[in-house]
Design a protein around this ligand. Structure first.
Ligand code: COA
Length: 261
């Protein structure tokens, strides 16, 4: 049972599903939905029964059609900056820097803040009816939840600038060719495909997954030496029980039973 107004959540086989549920507004992210997303993700990160998270949108039409335009229509520069800063801290950076894998299952429109939400996730897969774009310039804005940074890293400056400056949507097929999504499926296969990837990930050592995310993320932080970060995290892995279990299981030709310790 979900305790949220705009999210549906459930956990099955250590996978926590978060479904953004404002279908009448194409799942647009208003303040309340962002606050609920923070709570849902925080709870999942801190719940030992959850190994990873899959985020999708309710209905067949939209993943998330962006930040809620009606809500920020009368904002001034100060309020706009505060909106972006809070969003980064509580949801977008929070997901990217979290200790557990998060997969975006993009089941329809992923526009503006919706695409930025998918970009903050660690892995993206899309259904073949998905449409993705950063249309903010058509509203007189630019992306404010990390889109200019994360899209550029993922698809390169030229493609990112074309998407951001035209504001046009691209198809799932083009997003796949750009490297923006890892896989494209039919709509009915989307969630099972995301679960299959997550199942593979969750068969691995949890602390190693957290360190791997942190080490990969270090590659994008200008003030951090990613190689040094990798060396330290690699070294720390040797002190975990999971490392001893992983090596013993390999030598004994059995499946490891990782405990995240
Ligand atoms: N913020 C607030 N409401 C939104 C929204 C958003 N980002 N995206 C869609 N909605 C609302 C619409 O206002 C409409 O509400 P209403 O029925 O009360 O009028 C409802 O969702 C359905 O959207 P509608 O535009 O009628 O659907 P459509 O199929 O004709 O078009 C889109 C779909 C996605 C192309 C269109 O909704 C759209 O362009 N949305 C805005 C996308 C955007 O600019 N996002 C970036 C925001 S920074």
């Amino acid at each position: 049972m979900s305790m949220f107004e705009n999210l549906l959540t459930h956990t099955e086989d250590r996978i926590h599903h978060i479904i953004i549920n404002r279908p009448s507004k194409l799942n647009a992210l208003n303040k309340n939905t962002l606050a609920e997303l923070h709570t849902a993700i925080y709870d999942a990160f801190n719940n030992d029964n959850v190994g990873g998270i899959i985020i999708s949108g309710s209905g067949e039409k939209a993943f998330v059609a962006g930040a809620d335009i009606a809500e920020f229509a009368s904002y001034d520069s100060k309020q706009g900056e505060e909106m972006a800063r809070r969003g980064h801290r509580t949801v977008f950076d929070f997901i990217e820097n979290g200790p557990k894998p998060v997969i975006a299952a993009i089941n329809g429109f992923a526009l503006g803040g919706g695409l930025e939400l998918a970009l903050a996730c660690h892995i993206r897969i899309a259904s073949n009816n998905a449409k993705m774009g950063l249309p903010e310039v058509s509203l007189g804005l630019i992306p404010g939840y990390g889109g200019t940074q994360r899209l550029t890293r993922l698809v390169g400056r030229g493609r990112a600038l074309e998407m951001i400056l035209t504001g046009d949507m691209i198809s799932a097929e083009d997003a796949h060719a750009y490297g923006l999504v890892n896989h494209v499926t039919s709509p009915v296969e989307l969630i099972p495909a995301a679960e299959a990837i997550m199942d593979r990930i969750l068969s691995r050592a949890p602390l190693a997954l957290a360190s791997a995310i942190a080490a990969v993320n270090a590659s994008t932080q200008p003030d951090v030496n990613g190689f040094e970060e990798e060396i330290e995290l690699f070294g720390k892995s040797f002190d975990t029980q999971d490392f001893k279990e992983g090596v013993s299981a390999f030598l004994e030709k059995r499946k490891p039973a990782f405990r995240g310790k």
